[in-house]
Design a binder for this molecule. Structure first.
Ligand code: ZN
Length: 380
C-alpha cells in the first residue's frame, strides 16, 4: 500500500506568507486574527507553525492563508496560497478581511468570559503561606510528597466553599492564567472524579507549565507537572490526559519544541499516548523505575536515578542522529563541513543539560501574584 499524500508546508512557506501580508518576521507578533494589543501569536520558523495564546488560532502556512481569506472556498484558498508563495509583492490585508469571523469572535468572547470568572474566583481567595498551614489539606499534600515551598510557589489555595474539592491550583500555561483545578481528599468523591476544573476550561488548547525549549518533558496531570518541577526540571508541561491534541501539538511546535521526553503514565493509555507523540516529535521515554505508574509516585531519589538514565538515552539518540545526518550528506564539501560543525556545536551545547536549560529559565516564576504584577506592568 502506498502512503497517502500529505501536503506539508515548510517553515519558509510561513515566512513567505507572513512577508506577503506585511507582517514583521518576529518570533512573537501581534495576532492578525483577533484584536490583539500585545504580541500573543508565537511563531516557529523552523517547523513553520504559529499559535496565538489569546484566540487559539494555530497551524502552518496554509492554515494562515485559510484564516486570512475565510470567504474563499477550499480550492480558491489553495490557489491563493500557491499564488502567494510565487509572488514577490507585499499586500497587507484589510482589517475586515483579516479579523476573526463572527463565529470565532463569539467563541473568543465566551472563552474570555469563563477565564475572567475563574480568574476572579481564584485571585479572590486568600493567599496562603503553606509553611504555616497545619490543616488536613497541608498534611494531605505533604503525604503526597509536595513541600510547602512548592505549594507557595505554585499559588495553591483553599476553596473554603467546597467540601468535596477543598484544594485549588491555578492552571498556568506559559505563565498565562488558563483556569484552575481542584483536588479532592475524599475517597468516595475520588471514585467519581479526582479533579474538578473550572467551567469553560478546555484541555484542547491548554498545556500546563513551561515549554519554550527544544527538549520538553511532557506528563499527563497538572500535579505530575508540579512534582517534576519540584524535582528540579524546568521545561515540563502537562497535557491533561494521555493523548495530545492537535492544538497542543501546534502550541509546542510554535515554541520550537523538537524532542519530547514522555513522562506520560506507564499504563496502557500512557504508552499509547507516547507512541502517538512520535507522529509529531522525536520521543524519548522517561525511564520510570519498575512498578511506578506516574511522576506523582516518584520520590526525589527515584527521580534522580530515572532522570540520569533518561539523559543517557537522550545522549545516545543525539549521537546516532548526528551519525545519521553525517551519513546522509549529499551536498558539497563546504556545506558538509558546515553541517557537521553545527551538529557538533549543538552536541556540545546540549551536553550540559538539555532538559533544564530553557531560554529565560531563570526568570521564570510560577507565583500567580508575581505573574499578575508582571502582566499589569506589561500592559501599562
Ligand atoms: Zn489571536
Amino acid at each position: 500500500m502506498c502512503e497517502p499524500y500529505v501536503f506539508k508546508p515548510s517553515g519558509n512557506d510561513l515566512r513567505k506568507v507572513m512577508y506577503y501580508h506585511g507582517i514583521p518576521l518576529d518570533d512573537q507578533i501581534t495576532c492578525p486574527f483577533h484584536d490583539d494589543n500585545r504580541p500573543s501569536c508565537h511563531i516557529d520558523y523552523e517547523s513553520g507553525t504559529f499559535y496565538c495564546f489569546a484566540c487559539g488560532v494555530s497551524g502552518d502556512a496554509f492554515e494562515f492563508v485559510k484564516l486570512a481569506y475565510p470567504k474563499l472556498n477550499g480550492i480558491k484558498q489553495l490557489q491563493r496560497y500557491f499564488r502567494i508563495l510565487k509572488s514577490k509583492k507585499v499586500k497587507p490585508l484589510k482589517n475586515d478581511n483579516f479579523r476573526a469571523s463572527k463565529k470565532r469572535q463569539d467563541k473568543l468572547k465566551n472563552k474570555q468570559y469563563y477565564e475572567d470568572i475563574s480568574h476572579d474566583y481564584y485571585y479572590g481567595l486568600k493567599t496562603l503561606d503553606w509553611k504555616k498551614e497545619k490543616g488536613p489539606e497541608q498534611q494531605y499534600l505533604k503525604a503526597r510528597g509536595f513541600n510547602s515551598k512548592t505549594m507557595n510557589e505554585f499559588g495553591v489555595k483553599l476553596t473554603l466553599t467546597s467540601k468535596a474539592y477543598p484544594i485549588i491550583f491555578p492552571i498556568l500555561d506559559m505563565g498565562n492564567f488558563a483556569g484552575y483545578v481542584c483536588r479532592t481528599m475524599n475517597k468516595n468523591v475520588e471514585k467519581r472524579a479526582k479533579y474538578l476544573y473550572n467551567t469553560g476550561f478546555s484541555r484542547n488548547h491548554t498545556l500546563g507549565g513551561y515549554y519554550k525549549n527544544e527538549v520538553v518533558v511532557l506528563c499527563e496531570g497538572y500535579l505530575d507537572m508540579i512534582k517534576l518541577r519540584q524535582f528540579g526540571l524546568t521545561n515540563v508541561a502537562c497535557i491533561f490526559g494521555w493523548k495530545i491534541t492537535s492544538k497542543q501539538v501546534d502550541k509546542l511546535k510554535a515554541m520550537g519544541v523538537k524532542t519530547i521526553i514522555s513522562a506520560l503514565d506507564t499504563d496502557l493509555p500512557g504508552r499509547k499516548g507516547t507512541d502517538y507523540l512520535k507522529n509529531f516529535f522525536n520521543v524519548i521515554r522517561f525511564q520510570f523505575p519498575n512498578g511506578i505508574k506516574d511522576p506523582g509516585e516518584l520520590t526525589q531519589e527515584l527521580f534522580d536515578t530515572a532522570y540520569k538514565q533518561t539523559k543517557q538515552l537522550y545522549r545516545k539518540m543525539e549521537m546516532s542522529a548526528n551519525v545519521n545526518s553525517k551519513q546522509h550528506k549529499t551536498g558539497n564539501q563546504k556545506q558538509r563541513s558546515k553541517q557537521v560543525k553545527n551538529s557538533l556545536h549543538k552536541g556540545r551545547r546540549q551536553s550540559k543539560d538539555p532538559f533544564l536549560e530553557g531560554r529565560g529559565a531563570r526568570h521564570r516564576t510560577n507565583n500567580p501574584r508575581q505573574l499578575r504584577k508582571q502582566r499589569q506592568s506589561n500592559m501599562s
